[in-house]
Design a protein around this ligand. Structure first.
Ligand code: NAD
Length: 498
């Protein structure tokens, strides 16, 4: 049994609150470690350390800060053989998928190495006689990142990369379910040359989150997790005068038009529906075939492929996907499957009886396929976050478009078609933040921005891309006039440039 720690002021420090949480080995179904849950005093210590370290970091020129980020990327790649299995062992996703989790985070850190360019302000000369105006972007100070269990490398890095590049210090409060990777991120940044205190990690639960929200020295909160908590953080950040961007849950649809390549669509659905045991905010959980003929053919192709899936240990090379993160997460999915059956959805494939030999206590759930799901069912309306794919049959394109458009969540959506006109119409009209055209998981690349709409995102700026540089900086606008200007004594009229 490992005792995990916090990471404050450049080193691992043991918890002092006396409260801990279990971290599991989800493949074995056993407790692997204890993570300390921080008290308000421990959060205060992390914020104080960050506040002390931040001015010197901010004073370093952005190119030098960027070099630390690039060194971190290099170290992460050098250590990937340790880092990816570490992620898999606590989360349950397979090692190739864990490498993807790291890679998508590292790409954002690489993008942030462009900080010298991305931090440039505006300049207008001669806006009035002898008057120039320019704007500069300055760091906020200490910022907090509160992240979910399902991407323990990628999402912390989406916050840390832009926050550090812009000269802020960060207090990261990662998920208490898989805290080892975030601790390694902090260690590797230190090794890359980040001064102690500029990135601190406090492990914890609601107590630590509330301490961060209420702390005067925390100027912004970046959150990713479930919608009720995202909303709570957004409300409270506003209450305490903080900037916030809070991303929530999802129910991502994939529309399959009659002209789509159905083998392509079925393969895409299998990967996007069941990959990572469905524990992705961009997983496809609803397939919407248009027309009964398309639906029948698609269901036949899906059931054929589901039969070939290998669900197994996260570290095994032949596993297509691994266990759920905790027994509680597994039970939640099993409860939803029962709800679907009770609501009258047709269980086209039942994964509940799956047993993985040698790992009988592991948190595995086999692939589940529901057919003839309707939009009033709870299994359609609510996020299940497991390997459960629902088929909602639509009669025509307009009905298919209406489903994701009217759904409470608006994270990602995809359409599979060979018709450019339909795809364009769909991308224009659908009410979701990220759209894939023949791409099932349209997570934008680092230099675009990531963010859902409606109940999937609260706040007005997205993650990564240029939005992140706006989120983590405040704009100062300077209007200057040097003494060759006109001297007419005091003016009691608001200055104009006429
Ligand atoms: P979660 O909401 O349970 O936890 C997220 C974070 O909030 C964790 O750090 C957790 O410790 C903290 N937290 C939990 N309960 C809290 C409370 N009552 N008060 C204050 N803080 C609290 O989410 P999760 O289960 O870790 O992650 C899965 C969820 O995240 C899914 O809903 C998924 O869709 C969503 N997600 C969204 C995105 C996105 O970009 N929109 C990305 C990844 C995951």
């Amino acid at each position: 049994m490992t005792d995990l720690s916090h990471f404050i002021d450049g080193s691992r420090v043991a918890g002092t609150s006396g409260r801990t949480a279990d971290v599991f080995d989800p493949t074995a179904g056993t407790v692997a470690a204890q993570v300390p849950l921080a008290s308000r005093e421990e959060v205060d210590a992390a914020v104080a350390s960050a506040k002390k370290a931040q001015p010197e970091w901010a004073a370093m020129n952005p190119q030098r800060r960027a070099r630390v980020l690039l060194k971190f990327v290099e170290l992460a790649h050098q250590n990937m053989d340790e880092l990816a299995p570490l992620l898999s062992s606590e989360h349950g996703k397979t090692v190739p998928d864990a490498k993807g989790d790291w890679q998508r985070g590292l790409e954002v850190v690489e993008f942030c190495a462009g900080a010298p360019h991305l931090l440039k302000g505006e300049y207008s000369t001669g806006v009035g006689t002898g008057i120039d105006v320019y704007s500069i972007r300055q760091p906020l100070g200490v910022v907090a990142a509160i992240t979910p269990f399902n991407f323990p490398a990628m999402i912390p890095l989406w916050k840390i990369g832009p926050a550090l590049a812009t000269g802020n210090a960060v207090v990261l409060k990662p998920s208490e379910r898989d805290p080892s990777v975030p601790l390694r991120i902090a260690e590797l940044f230190l090794e890359a040359g980040l001064p102690a205190g500029v990135l601190n990690v406090v492990n914890g639960d609601k107590d630590a989150v509330d301490a961060l929200l209420e702390h005067d020295d925390v100027k912004a909160v970046g959150f990713v997790g479930s919608t009720p908590i995202a909303h709570y953080i957004y409300e409270n950040a506003a209450k305490y005068g903080k900037r916030a961007q809070c991303f929530g849950g999802a129910k991502n649809h994939m529309i399959v038009m009659p002209d789509a390549d159905l083998d392509h669509a079925a393969d895409a659905l299998i990967g996007a529906g069941y990959g990572s045991a469905g524990e992705r905010c961009m997983a496809i959980s609803v397939a919407v075939p248009v027309g009964q003929e398309t639906a029948d053919a698609l269901v036949a192709k899906l059931t054929e492929r589901i039969a070939d899936l290998t669900v197994g240990p996260s570290l095994a090379e032949d596993s297509d996907y691994g266990p759920m993160v905790t027994a509680e997460a597994k039970q939640r999915v099993l409860d939803y499957i029962q709800i679907g059956i009770d609501e009258g959805a047709e269980l086209a494939h039942d994964g509940r009886d799956l047993v993985v030999e040698g790992h009988e206590d592991g948190f595995f759930v086999g692939p589940v396929l529901f057919d003839n799901v309707t939009s009033d069912m709870r299994i359609y309306r609510e996020e299940i976050f497991g390997p459960v794919l629902s088929i909602v049959r639509a009669d025509d394109y307009e009905e298919a478009l209406r489903l994701p458009t009217e759904h409470e969540y608006g994270n990602g959506v995809a359409i599979f078609t060979r018709d450019g006109d339909t795809a364009r119409n769909f991308a224009t009209r659908v009410e979701t933040g990220m759209v894939g055209v023949n791409v099932p998981i349209p997570v934008p690349i680092a230099y675009y921005t990531f963010g859902g709409w409606k109940a999937s995102g609260f706040g007005d700026l997205n993650q990564h891309g240029t939005d992140a540089f706006r989120f983590y900086t405040k704009t100062k606008t300077v209007t200057q006039s040097w003494p060759t200007g006109v001297r007419e004594g005091a003016s009691f009229v608001i200055p104009t440039m006429s």
